[in-house]
Design a protein. Structure first.
Length: 368
């Protein structure tokens, strides 16, 4: 029988359980597709720290409630409202500072956890949900997985560690995903190297039961790998593979303008559709994100998160994030009015301001 953990660390939006030697986190905001609030981030970070030091906990499983989503991202509307209040002199902007800082600290805690972290991406997984999964050791996709980093479409950038893991995807896949926000199925996520296993959705509960009933010798990762081997299933042919050569050819360049020109020269339906999609994105986000991808190739995870925090605070000070949220999430007219509204108007000097150190407000880690 599961041992439900309770006490000061619990929230209505998170459930912590113990089943045998595994701890289980359930993100429990199904009406919001399990999107993360700051309280959820803080509570989860504290609980992982406890489990990291508990010898009886051999591995952690994280999943989403409701059957539709693992986690659709962060609470963007709350951040947008707080940032707008700050810009209008009606608040101190605490949420815009704390949410990104504490979310990135949580991402790093997952990345550095010595125990297996088993994320069950059984449904919609976007933005902050990617940050709860990809930094960990085991990322399980299913036939229900829908995965995306769609931030350039709302005037932001692919954060939560995107600077580190996207440039390490094969070829130019990471740059393609970062700029376009393309939605992936489970087979695509595996092909991109962002997932480790595919398990049929109908067998996920069986997998959790197998883990909870397993014997746990010293090598916990080997136990998880052995259990997963019994449930892993062929994910099918990835769509990304069909366009891999074109992705590598068109997204290899150092400027967004060159990428656009290469797509125009490609002359295929895929290239035309990709270009049409990119032209809907924030020009500022596109240029900043490409610089992020190229810089992130050589950064450690900690340094990538420090850079992303600088970027997050610069975007909060700008205009496109608020316009993107308005157009896609508030009014839903899907007609954002970006400022600047062309690539030509986004200068190198403007791009550089998104990477300026924040002095005492920098996000740093003890091991950096």
């Amino acid at each position: 029988m599961a041992d439900i953990l309770s006490g000061t660390g619990s929230t209505p939006d998170l459930t912590f359980e113990r089943q045998g030697a595994i701890a289980i986190v359930t993100l429990d905001r199904p009406k919001a597709l399990n999107a993360l609030t700051l309280e959820m981030i803080r509570t989860l970070d504290r609980q992982i720290a406890i489990w990291a030091g508990d010898d009886e906990v051999k591995a952690v499983v994280i999943r989403g409630a409701g059957g539709r989503a693992f986690c659709a991202g962060g609470d963007v509307r709350a951040i947008e409202e707080d940032g707008k209040a700050l810009k209008e002199g009606r608040g101190d902007g605490a949420l815009t500072r704390d949410f990104f800082r504490e979310e990135y600290v949580l991402n790093r805690r997952i990345h550095t956890l010595a125990k297996p972290w088993i994320a069950l991406l059984d449904g919609i997984t976007m933005g902050g949900g990617v940050g709860l999964s990809v930094p960990g050791s085991h990322r399980i996709v299913t036939d229900k997985t829908l995965f995306s980093m769609p931030e350039t479409g709302i005037g932001l950038f692919p954060d939560v560690g995107g600077s580190w893991y996207l440039p390490r995807c094969p070829g130019q896949i990471g740059t393609y995903l970062a700029l376009t926000g393309t939605r992936l199925n489970g087979a695509d996520v595996l092909y991109a190297g962002l997932a480790t296993h595919h398990v049929p959705s109908g067998r996920v509960d069986e997998l959790v039961s197998a883990l909870s009933g397993a014997d746990w010798p010293e090598d916990a990762h080997a136990v998880v790998d052995s259990a997963l081997a019994r449930f892993t299933h062929d994910s099918g042919t990835p769509h990304l593979a069909t366009h891999r050569d074109a992705i590598d050819r068109c997204f290899q360049f150092a400027s967004v303008e060159e990428i656009f020109a290469s797509l125009e020269d490609e002359g295929t339906d895929w290239a035309a559709d990709t270009l049409k999609n990119l032209r809907q994105m924030s020009p500022t986000s596109l240029k900043v994100t490409l610089r992020q991808m190229r810089t992130g190739r050589t950064l450690s995870f900690d340094d990538a998160m420090t850079m992303e925090y600088r970027m997050s605070q610069a975007f909060i000070q700008g205009e496109d994030f608020y316009e993107g949220v308005r157009a896609l999430l508030v009014d839903r007219d899907k007609s954002p009015r970006w400022r600047p509204d062309t690539l030509d108007a986004v200068s190198l000097d403007l791009v550089e301001t998104f990477f300026t150190p924040l002095g005492e407000r920098n996000l740093t880690f003890a091991s950096s």
